[in-house]
Design a protein around this ligand. Structure first.
Ligand SMILES: NC(=O)c1ccc[n+]([C@@H]2O[C@H](COP(=O)([O-])OP(=O)(O)OC[C@H]3O[C@@H](n4cnc5c(N)ncnc54)[C@H](O)[C@@H]3O)[C@@H](O)[C@H]2O)c1
Length: 424
């Protein structure tokens, strides 16, 4: 007799195509039976890398995105350039595919509006592939918060500051106009903000941003954006979230949440990359009888720990898993279009704020047409490929349109040539 378990096993895998074979390889590797997915196609314009990946995964390969979308598949995972996800997502949705998009949904507010409309029109599943909310520490903090352990959030801090050796950064940013060389310091905010939003389920209403200019950090690279920023978000319950990043020496990847009944954080220091710990603490008048002042422990996965461990890389497992579940159940994932566009827009609006000395900017409510409509033609963007979308496009640094150093550019050109890159 067929049991419910057997029936589940017999479900057809979700056929997935991935565009971008750099970071996209993690999603390709994670499209397995464990999550009920099967990789069927890959797309990339870099032919050498595409051929290698196609051989590795033994699937169809395409250099043309439109042809790739004609492949018989259910879903597309976007791991192409950071600032080009929205138009690719809109095309995929129009072709009847579910979409999961890396790190950012939209690079302009107009794209955010268009993408929300496209998702609504398509009726398909859309998810932001933010992996940081799915560390076991953040999942534990979400569980604690949901159980009322620290009450209602009042203040939170999230940090994703990921410095790399200059040469390592040059290695992964081929091209003078590659997004990594231009991205303003506030745009890569979702790794720090998404965990806090998923733990507390609060939405941002207003942002202030300040950018940290320090050319010394990029003296040996081709980067013209600033290396660091701080963003303050006023949330829809009155709480304030502080977000810090991006490339400043001193690796820091950390979260803390204060509530009306206590506080919790991931312990600071190298333990985050070792076993890691969650610390929860309560002041004496807020403790239940017998409750300890604080506890610090290594959390287990709240659920599916066996699957996450077997997959090897928790992050890639969880995003693919959440995406597959959302497709199968037709219930939007937490990191749906509205949360994704709100987070991505925080980065854009914080850049507007940084260029206006930290003035506050309101985040539209992308769930409501009347709130988002005023932004449907807002193509404000510092990326070179958006230069003609609007007059007076902004610079990528608070110091203006700075130039890479001669030494930085010479080193970058040499590196990119050796990689087989033929562009500028
Ligand atoms: N979540 C994480 O931890 C994490 C880590 C790394 C990168 N990312 C994200 O993944 C995305 C890709 O980053 P990356 O590190 O792979 O570097 P990348 O942006 O240089 O790679 C993008 C790939 O897409 C290909 N591509 C670009 N335009 C294309 C087009 N029109 N058609 C076909 N292929 C095209 C490029 O050739 C390249 O191979 C970015 O959004 C980045 O933010 C996330």
């Amino acid at each position: 007799m067929a049991t419910k378990k057997n029936k589940t096993r017999k479900q057809k895998p979700i056929r997935v195509g991935v565009i971008g074979v750099g970071r996209g390889s993690s999603f390709a590797s994670g499209a397995t039976d464990l999550v009920g997915m099967k990789l069927v196609a890959l797309c990339d314009t870099w032919e050498k890398k595409l051929a290698e990946a196609g051989k590795r995964y033994d699937v169809a390969t395409y250099t043309d995105y439109d042809k790739f979308l004609e492949h018989d598949m259910d879903a597309v995972i976007l791991a192409n350039y950071f600032h080009e996800h929205a138009p690719f997502a809109i095309k995929a949705l129009a072709a009847g595919k579910h979409v999961m998009s890396e790190t950012s949904c939209n690079a302009t507010l107009a794209e955010g509006v268009a993408l929300c409309r496209a998702v609504e029109k398509s009726g398909k599943t859309y998810m932001l592939a933010e992996n940081y909310p799915y560390t076991r520490f953040h999942l534990e903090m979400r569980r604690l918060y949901g159980a009322g352990e620290i009450g209602e959030v009042t203040y939170a801090e999230g940090e994703y500051n990921h410095p790399m050796a200059p040469q390592d950064r040059v290695d992964i940013s081929a091209g003078r106009n590659h997004w990594r060389n231009w991205i303003p310091s506030t745009y890569y905010c979702t790794h720090a903000l998404a965990p806090l939003m998923m733990i507390t389920e609060r939405m941002p209403l207003k942002v202030n941003g300040l950018s940290i200019a320090c050319r010394e950090v990029d003296a040996k690279t081709a980067r013209v954006g600033d290396p660091g920023s701080v963003i303050l978000c006023q949330m829809d319950n009155g709480a304030v979230f502080r977000i810090f990043g991006l490339l400043l020496p001193g690796h820091s990847n950390w979260s803390r949440v204060h509530g009306t009944k206590g506080a919790m954080e991931i312990t600071r220091g190298p333990s985050y990359f070792g076993p890691g710990q969650v610390r929860v603490w309560h002041d004496h008048w807020l403790r239940a009888p017998g409750q300890p002042a604080e506890r610090t422990y290594v959390p287990d996965w709240p659920e599916h720990g066996d699957l996450a461990s077997r997959a090897g890389h928790g992050g890639a497992f969880w995003t693919n898993f959440a995406f597959a579940n959302a497709i199968r159940s037709a219930i939007p994932p937490f990191l749906d279009i509205y949360h994704g566009v709100a987070m991505s827009s925080v980065g854009i609006l914080a850049w507007k704020s940084a260029l206006a000395d930290g003035a506050p900017f309101e985040v539209p409510d992308f769930r409501r047409e009347e709130s988002r409509k005023p932004f449907e033609n807002d193509h404000w963007s510092p990326f070179p490929s958006h230069a003609t979308l609007a007059p007076n496009q902004p610079p990528p640094s608070i110091q203006g349109f700075v130039k890479p150093t001669r030494a930085g550019m010479q080193n970058a050109r040499k590196t990119w040539k050796a990689q087989g890159y033929t562009g500028e």
